[in-house]
Design a protein around this ligand. Structure first.
Ligand code: FAD
Ligand code: DHB
Length: 399
């Protein structure tokens, strides 16, 4: 079997890359070890940056998102029991975010790819990468019982944090930078009406809480818990009591109802440098992880593959690998800015029970500053809405 680009992983990164390449007339084959039903049913991210919304729209896969997604012009920050609205739309000259679940983006991309006749192998196993430092790298995999091999010009490792691709970059040149947080997120899906027109990020003495949404009937909320806590310790009653304690104000009550899904995830910041070895390029969670507080993970996956696409297209148009050899450098500039923002939001909003009373007061003072300074609010907003993709080095504004 042969193709131009072999893609491992049918998450947002792999599917969008395949879609973008197709629009440029470049062939790809995707290998995914889960079933189509599994990838289309896994509940994860919810917030799309303006740039991700634009990308889905200009590439023809945004129609359902525009119909069913919720456009938000701002968020609310809560601390000391008081809400502060951040008017991102105004602070970023008309930009906004879309609340549209990741698995719906996946459904839209899978449908578009299959409709265009793409080859997506679901439920593969034993995926392995070979000859990645040669001109004809190979992917071996098992499908329907038999072992098969694909030869391609490039491999895109879009296989998430635990996939095999990143480990193919030799340890001698691979540097992994990471930070683990003493926080976990207990996430729920609940059958209740929409709680609030915009997302609420709440810093509370008992821990962080986040009020989000999915559909008019189903809502998504999170509370900070110990990352090693067991979900079985959390009855529905206990979850609602804790959420309410952390987000309710004198005049605002949180609607409750049946919880239809709950789980706990731990939080880390992680970056692998470089994101290339030979003809292997890694993208999305395969290369980096952010704590979810800044809502950046899915969006970074989308920006990585736009950079990668440009390098691959340049190669097929001109034969030059110059752009591809800059993939890592260009993508990492945006990744580190998103890392910084995600780390900052996480540190500012979570309750670190190891902190001294001095550090706690500094944290609350930072929230007071951020919510009272137009400069700070603008900085928060431009990061949350999504920084631009800079192909060249960012230009200094210093005079
Ligand atoms: P993935 O989505 O992980 O896709 C990788 C794919 O590769 C998977 O389908 C996997 O099955 C497949 N794979 C793995 N190993 C193999 C193998 N050996 N062979 C074949 N296939 C393989 N991000 C946001 O932007 N906004 C948010 O609001 C947000 N909230 C989040 C909330 C939570 C609770 C969590 C857990 C994450 C959140 N994220 C959010 C992060 C976001 O979900 C991820 O960053 C995003 O899924 C990354 O996409 P990806 O394509 O790189 O990786
Ligand atoms: C959601 C997830 C996030 O990480 C976030 O910052 C905001 C919203 C969500 O799943 O809705």
């Amino acid at each position: 079997m042969k193709t131009q680009v072999g893609i491992i992983g049918a998450g947002p990164a792999g599917l969008m890359l395949s879609h973008l390449l197709h629009l440029e007339g470049i062939e790809s084959v995707i290998f995914e070890n889960r079933t189509r039903e599994e990838i289309e049913g896994t509940i994860r991210a919810g917030v799309l940056e303006q740039g991700t919304v634009d990308l889905l729209n200009v590439t023809g896969v945004g129609e359902r998102m525009m119909r069913e997604g919720h456009l938000h012009h701002g968020i609310e920050l809560q601390f000391n029991g008081i809400r502060h609205r951040v008017n991102m739309h105004e602070l970023t000259e008309g930009k906004s975010i879309m609340v549209y679940p990741q698995h719906e983006v996946i459904k839209d991309l899978v449908a578009a790819r299959l409709e265009a006749g793409a080859e997506i192998y679901f439920s593969v196993s034993d995926v392995s990468l070979h000859d990645v430092d040669s001109d004809s790298p190979k992917i071996r995999f098992k499908h329907d019982g038999g072992e098969q091999e694909l030869t391609c010009d490039f491999i895109a490792g879009c296989d998430g944090f635990h996939g095999p691709s990143r480990k193919m970059i030799p340890e001698s040149i691979r540097e992994e930078k990471q930070q683990i947080y003493p926080f976990g997120w207990l996430g729920i899906l609940a059958e209740t009406p929409i709680a609030n027109p915009e997302l609420i990020y709440s810093n509370h003495d008992r821990g962080f809480a986040l009020i989000s949404t999915r559909t008019p009937e189903i809502q998504r909320h999170y509370i900070q818990v110990d990352p090693n806590d067991d979900i079985n310790n959390w009855s529905d009653d206990r979850i609602w009591t804790e959420l309410k304690a952390r987000v309710e104000t004198d005049g605002w009550k949180l609607p409750d109802g049946p919880i239809i899904q709950k789980n706990i995830v731990s939080m880390r910041s992680f970056v692998c440098e470089p994101m290339q070895y030979g003809r292997l390029f890694i993208a999305g969670d395969a290369a980096h992880i952010v704590p979810p507080t800044g809502a950046k993970g899915l969006n970074l996956a989308m920006s990585d593959v736009q950079v990668l696409k440009r390098g691959i297209v340049t190669f097929y148009e001109t034969g030059s690998q110059d752009m591809l050899s800059r993939y890592s450098e260009i993508a990492l500039r945006r990744i580190w800015k998103a890392q910084r923002f995600s780390w900052w939001m996480t540190t500012m909003l979570h309750r670190n029970f190891n902190h001294s009373s001095f550090e706690r007061s500094i944290q609350l003072s930072e929230l007071e500053y951020v919510t009272s300074s137009r400069a700070a609010l603008t900085s928060l907003s431009e990061n949350y809405i999504g920084l631009p993709l800079e192909w060249e080095s960012p230009k200094s504004l210093l005079v």
